[in-house]
Ligand binder design. Structure first.
Ligand code: URA
Length: 279
Protein backbone atom coordinates (compact mmCIF):
# COMPACT_ATOMS: atom_id res chain seq x y z
CA UNK A 1 0.00 0.00 0.00
CA UNK A 2 1.18 3.53 -0.70
CA UNK A 3 2.22 5.60 2.30
CA UNK A 4 0.62 8.95 1.49
CA UNK A 5 2.51 10.66 4.33
CA UNK A 6 5.80 9.76 2.76
CA UNK A 7 4.90 11.36 -0.58
CA UNK A 8 5.01 15.03 -1.36
CA UNK A 9 1.87 16.72 -2.69
CA UNK A 10 3.08 16.79 -6.27
CA UNK A 11 3.91 13.09 -6.35
CA UNK A 12 0.57 12.28 -4.74
CA UNK A 13 -1.30 14.41 -7.29
CA UNK A 14 0.64 12.70 -10.11
CA UNK A 15 -0.29 9.30 -8.70
CA UNK A 16 -3.97 10.25 -8.51
CA UNK A 17 -3.86 11.53 -12.10
CA UNK A 18 -2.31 8.23 -13.17
CA UNK A 19 -4.99 6.26 -11.29
CA UNK A 20 -7.71 8.35 -12.97
CA UNK A 21 -6.16 7.80 -16.42
CA UNK A 22 -6.13 4.05 -15.73
CA UNK A 23 -9.82 4.20 -14.80
CA UNK A 24 -9.27 3.90 -11.02
CA UNK A 25 -11.38 6.87 -10.03
CA UNK A 26 -13.52 5.60 -7.20
CA UNK A 27 -12.96 4.15 -3.74
CA UNK A 28 -15.24 1.13 -3.26
CA UNK A 29 -14.65 0.85 0.48
CA UNK A 30 -13.03 2.81 3.29
CA UNK A 31 -10.24 0.30 3.85
CA UNK A 32 -7.79 -0.80 1.15
CA UNK A 33 -7.84 -4.49 0.18
CA UNK A 34 -4.59 -6.18 -0.86
CA UNK A 35 -5.88 -8.62 -3.53
CA UNK A 36 -2.35 -9.82 -4.33
CA UNK A 37 -1.86 -10.97 -0.73
CA UNK A 38 -5.35 -12.55 -0.71
CA UNK A 39 -4.80 -14.55 -3.89
CA UNK A 40 -1.30 -15.60 -2.77
CA UNK A 41 -2.84 -17.02 0.44
CA UNK A 42 -5.62 -18.81 -1.48
CA UNK A 43 -3.52 -20.29 -4.35
CA UNK A 44 -3.20 -24.09 -3.98
CA UNK A 45 0.35 -25.46 -4.00
CA UNK A 46 1.32 -26.26 -7.59
CA UNK A 47 1.91 -29.92 -8.49
CA UNK A 48 5.59 -30.69 -8.93
CA UNK A 49 6.20 -31.02 -12.70
CA UNK A 50 7.01 -34.77 -12.62
CA UNK A 51 3.88 -35.57 -10.63
CA UNK A 52 1.77 -33.34 -12.87
CA UNK A 53 3.05 -35.15 -15.95
CA UNK A 54 2.19 -38.52 -14.39
CA UNK A 55 -1.23 -37.57 -13.14
CA UNK A 56 -4.23 -38.86 -15.06
CA UNK A 57 -6.41 -36.41 -17.08
CA UNK A 58 -9.39 -37.10 -14.75
CA UNK A 59 -11.24 -34.00 -13.42
CA UNK A 60 -9.87 -32.34 -10.30
CA UNK A 61 -11.30 -33.56 -6.98
CA UNK A 62 -14.60 -32.03 -5.95
CA UNK A 63 -12.94 -29.85 -3.33
CA UNK A 64 -10.96 -28.08 -6.09
CA UNK A 65 -13.83 -27.60 -8.51
CA UNK A 66 -14.84 -23.94 -8.93
CA UNK A 67 -17.80 -23.51 -6.58
CA UNK A 68 -18.94 -20.06 -7.60
CA UNK A 69 -20.23 -20.60 -11.13
CA UNK A 70 -23.58 -22.34 -10.37
CA UNK A 71 -24.43 -19.89 -7.58
CA UNK A 72 -23.50 -16.93 -9.75
CA UNK A 73 -25.55 -18.29 -12.66
CA UNK A 74 -28.49 -18.86 -10.36
CA UNK A 75 -28.36 -15.37 -8.90
CA UNK A 76 -28.05 -13.93 -12.43
CA UNK A 77 -31.20 -15.85 -13.39
CA UNK A 78 -33.04 -14.61 -10.32
CA UNK A 79 -31.92 -11.04 -10.98
CA UNK A 80 -32.91 -11.30 -14.66
CA UNK A 81 -36.38 -12.58 -13.70
CA UNK A 82 -36.69 -9.68 -11.23
CA UNK A 83 -35.65 -7.20 -13.91
CA UNK A 84 -38.24 -8.51 -16.36
CA UNK A 85 -40.97 -8.44 -13.74
CA UNK A 86 -40.13 -4.96 -12.45
CA UNK A 87 -39.79 -3.47 -15.93
CA UNK A 88 -43.04 -4.99 -17.19
CA UNK A 89 -44.97 -3.70 -14.18
CA UNK A 90 -43.99 -0.04 -14.73
CA UNK A 91 -47.00 1.79 -16.07
CA UNK A 92 -45.19 5.00 -17.00
CA UNK A 93 -41.68 6.45 -17.23
CA UNK A 94 -41.70 7.80 -13.69
CA UNK A 95 -42.61 4.38 -12.31
CA UNK A 96 -39.93 2.81 -14.47
CA UNK A 97 -37.35 5.22 -13.08
CA UNK A 98 -38.43 4.36 -9.51
CA UNK A 99 -38.29 0.62 -10.16
CA UNK A 100 -34.90 0.90 -11.79
CA UNK A 101 -33.59 2.98 -8.88
CA UNK A 102 -34.81 0.30 -6.47
CA UNK A 103 -33.41 -2.61 -8.53
CA UNK A 104 -30.39 -4.20 -6.84
CA UNK A 105 -29.75 -7.01 -9.33
CA UNK A 106 -27.04 -5.27 -11.36
CA UNK A 107 -23.70 -4.76 -9.62
CA UNK A 108 -22.99 -1.58 -11.63
CA UNK A 109 -25.30 0.19 -9.21
CA UNK A 110 -22.83 -0.43 -6.36
CA UNK A 111 -20.00 1.56 -7.88
CA UNK A 112 -22.05 4.30 -9.55
CA UNK A 113 -22.89 7.58 -7.84
CA UNK A 114 -26.46 7.62 -9.10
CA UNK A 115 -28.92 6.34 -11.66
CA UNK A 116 -28.73 8.08 -15.03
CA UNK A 117 -32.20 7.54 -16.43
CA UNK A 118 -32.90 9.89 -19.32
CA UNK A 119 -32.87 13.38 -20.77
CA UNK A 120 -34.98 15.15 -23.37
CA UNK A 121 -38.67 15.02 -24.20
CA UNK A 122 -40.63 11.91 -23.15
CA UNK A 123 -43.11 12.53 -26.02
CA UNK A 124 -40.37 12.84 -28.65
CA UNK A 125 -40.68 11.03 -31.97
CA UNK A 126 -36.95 10.30 -31.91
CA UNK A 127 -35.28 8.27 -29.15
CA UNK A 128 -31.50 7.98 -28.90
CA UNK A 129 -29.90 5.13 -26.96
CA UNK A 130 -26.21 5.18 -26.00
CA UNK A 131 -24.02 2.75 -24.11
CA UNK A 132 -23.77 3.91 -20.51
CA UNK A 133 -22.98 6.95 -18.39
CA UNK A 134 -19.42 8.24 -18.15
CA UNK A 135 -17.88 10.19 -15.29
CA UNK A 136 -19.72 13.47 -16.05
CA UNK A 137 -23.08 11.75 -16.48
CA UNK A 138 -22.53 9.81 -13.23
CA UNK A 139 -21.85 13.07 -11.40
CA UNK A 140 -24.70 15.09 -12.95
CA UNK A 141 -27.31 12.34 -13.35
CA UNK A 142 -28.15 12.95 -17.02
CA UNK A 143 -27.03 11.09 -20.15
CA UNK A 144 -24.59 12.64 -22.62
CA UNK A 145 -23.54 15.73 -20.72
CA UNK A 146 -19.76 15.28 -21.12
CA UNK A 147 -17.51 15.65 -24.19
CA UNK A 148 -19.33 12.96 -26.16
CA UNK A 149 -22.62 14.65 -25.25
CA UNK A 150 -21.42 17.99 -26.55
CA UNK A 151 -20.52 16.33 -29.84
CA UNK A 152 -23.92 14.62 -29.88
CA UNK A 153 -25.58 18.04 -29.46
CA UNK A 154 -23.60 19.35 -32.45
CA UNK A 155 -24.55 16.33 -34.52
CA UNK A 156 -28.22 16.88 -33.69
CA UNK A 157 -27.95 20.61 -34.43
CA UNK A 158 -26.45 19.80 -37.85
CA UNK A 159 -29.79 18.26 -38.87
CA UNK A 160 -32.00 20.76 -37.08
CA UNK A 161 -32.58 18.81 -33.86
CA UNK A 162 -31.94 19.52 -30.21
CA UNK A 163 -32.75 17.93 -26.85
CA UNK A 164 -36.28 19.29 -26.86
CA UNK A 165 -37.01 17.09 -29.90
CA UNK A 166 -35.39 13.85 -28.77
CA UNK A 167 -35.43 11.52 -25.76
CA UNK A 168 -32.04 10.13 -24.69
CA UNK A 169 -31.23 7.04 -22.60
CA UNK A 170 -28.56 4.34 -22.36
CA UNK A 171 -28.55 0.55 -22.44
CA UNK A 172 -27.06 0.56 -18.94
CA UNK A 173 -28.18 3.35 -16.58
CA UNK A 174 -25.24 3.14 -14.16
CA UNK A 175 -21.67 4.07 -14.97
CA UNK A 176 -19.42 1.04 -15.57
CA UNK A 177 -16.31 1.58 -13.39
CA UNK A 178 -13.52 3.29 -15.30
CA UNK A 179 -15.83 3.61 -18.35
CA UNK A 180 -15.26 0.00 -19.31
CA UNK A 181 -17.68 -1.63 -21.75
CA UNK A 182 -20.66 -3.17 -19.91
CA UNK A 183 -20.40 -6.97 -19.70
CA UNK A 184 -22.96 -9.18 -21.50
CA UNK A 185 -24.44 -10.04 -18.08
CA UNK A 186 -24.88 -6.36 -17.17
CA UNK A 187 -26.41 -5.62 -20.57
CA UNK A 188 -28.79 -8.56 -20.22
CA UNK A 189 -29.89 -7.47 -16.74
CA UNK A 190 -30.62 -3.91 -17.84
CA UNK A 191 -32.24 -4.89 -21.16
CA UNK A 192 -35.82 -5.35 -19.87
CA UNK A 193 -35.70 -1.82 -18.44
CA UNK A 194 -34.47 -0.10 -21.59
CA UNK A 195 -36.87 -2.12 -23.71
CA UNK A 196 -39.75 -0.99 -21.48
CA UNK A 197 -38.42 2.58 -21.64
CA UNK A 198 -38.60 2.43 -25.46
CA UNK A 199 -42.09 0.94 -25.28
CA UNK A 200 -43.30 3.72 -22.97
CA UNK A 201 -41.73 6.53 -25.03
CA UNK A 202 -42.95 4.80 -28.21
CA UNK A 203 -40.86 6.86 -30.63
CA UNK A 204 -41.13 6.60 -34.41
CA UNK A 205 -37.36 6.57 -34.83
CA UNK A 206 -34.74 4.87 -32.68
CA UNK A 207 -31.09 5.91 -33.00
CA UNK A 208 -28.67 3.34 -31.58
CA UNK A 209 -25.27 4.82 -30.82
CA UNK A 210 -22.35 2.39 -30.92
CA UNK A 211 -21.86 -1.34 -30.58
CA UNK A 212 -23.45 -1.92 -27.17
CA UNK A 213 -26.75 -0.22 -28.01
CA UNK A 214 -27.03 -1.58 -31.56
CA UNK A 215 -26.03 -5.16 -30.78
CA UNK A 216 -28.05 -5.41 -27.57
CA UNK A 217 -31.28 -3.91 -28.82
CA UNK A 218 -31.18 -5.52 -32.26
CA UNK A 219 -29.92 -8.83 -30.84
CA UNK A 220 -27.08 -8.68 -33.37
CA UNK A 221 -23.55 -10.07 -33.39
CA UNK A 222 -22.44 -7.88 -36.29
CA UNK A 223 -20.29 -4.88 -35.31
CA UNK A 224 -21.35 -1.25 -35.57
CA UNK A 225 -19.11 -0.59 -38.59
CA UNK A 226 -21.32 -2.93 -40.61
CA UNK A 227 -24.61 -2.06 -38.91
CA UNK A 228 -24.28 1.71 -39.10
CA UNK A 229 -26.35 3.65 -41.60
CA UNK A 230 -28.74 0.78 -42.38
CA UNK A 231 -32.33 0.96 -41.19
CA UNK A 232 -33.56 -1.97 -39.15
CA UNK A 233 -36.88 -2.95 -37.60
CA UNK A 234 -37.07 -2.84 -33.83
CA UNK A 235 -40.04 -4.84 -32.54
CA UNK A 236 -41.70 -3.32 -29.55
CA UNK A 237 -45.00 -4.67 -28.24
CA UNK A 238 -47.43 -4.43 -31.16
CA UNK A 239 -45.35 -1.77 -32.94
CA UNK A 240 -42.37 -1.88 -35.26
CA UNK A 241 -40.04 1.09 -34.89
CA UNK A 242 -37.47 2.12 -37.48
CA UNK A 243 -34.03 1.86 -35.91
CA UNK A 244 -30.82 3.38 -37.28
CA UNK A 245 -27.47 2.28 -35.78
CA UNK A 246 -24.87 5.07 -35.86
CA UNK A 247 -21.30 5.62 -34.72
CA UNK A 248 -20.98 6.63 -31.09
CA UNK A 249 -19.82 10.24 -30.56
CA UNK A 250 -17.14 9.06 -28.09
CA UNK A 251 -15.72 6.91 -30.90
CA UNK A 252 -15.86 9.92 -33.26
CA UNK A 253 -13.88 11.98 -30.74
CA UNK A 254 -11.16 9.31 -30.80
CA UNK A 255 -11.40 8.71 -34.56
CA UNK A 256 -12.33 12.02 -36.23
CA UNK A 257 -11.76 10.58 -39.71
CA UNK A 258 -14.98 8.61 -39.25
CA UNK A 259 -17.02 11.80 -38.94
CA UNK A 260 -17.70 11.66 -42.69
CA UNK A 261 -19.56 8.37 -42.18
CA UNK A 262 -21.46 9.82 -39.22
CA UNK A 263 -22.48 12.77 -41.38
CA UNK A 264 -23.80 10.40 -44.05
CA UNK A 265 -25.87 8.61 -41.39
CA UNK A 266 -27.21 11.89 -40.04
CA UNK A 267 -28.35 12.81 -43.56
CA UNK A 268 -30.01 9.40 -43.86
CA UNK A 269 -31.89 10.19 -40.64
CA UNK A 270 -32.82 13.72 -41.75
CA UNK A 271 -34.14 12.38 -45.04
CA UNK A 272 -36.36 9.85 -43.22
CA UNK A 273 -37.58 12.53 -40.79
CA UNK A 274 -38.48 14.82 -43.70
CA UNK A 275 -40.42 12.06 -45.42
CA UNK A 276 -42.29 11.39 -42.16
CA UNK A 277 -43.00 15.10 -41.66
CA UNK A 278 -40.94 15.30 -38.44
CA UNK A 279 -39.39 18.75 -38.08
N1 URA B 1 -21.63 7.75 -23.53
C1 URA B 1 -22.80 7.07 -23.53
O1 URA B 1 -22.94 6.06 -24.20
N2 URA B 1 -23.78 7.54 -22.76
C2 URA B 1 -23.67 8.62 -22.03
O2 URA B 1 -24.64 8.96 -21.37
C3 URA B 1 -22.46 9.32 -22.06
C4 URA B 1 -21.44 8.87 -22.81
Amino acid sequence: MIDAHAMDREALAALLRWYAAMGVDRALSDEPVDRFAQSARKAPAADPPAQAARSSPSPPPASRQPMRAPAAALSQDVAAAGAREQAASAKNLEELREKLAAFDGCALKNSATQLVFADGAPDAKIMIVGEGPGADEDRIGKPFVGRAGRLLDKMLAAIGLDRSKVYIANVVPWRPPGNRTPTPQELALCLPFVRRQIELVSPDFLILLGNAAAQTLLDEKEGIMRLRGHWRDYHCGDRTIRALPMLHPAYLLRTPLKKAQAWRDLRTLRHALDRAGVS
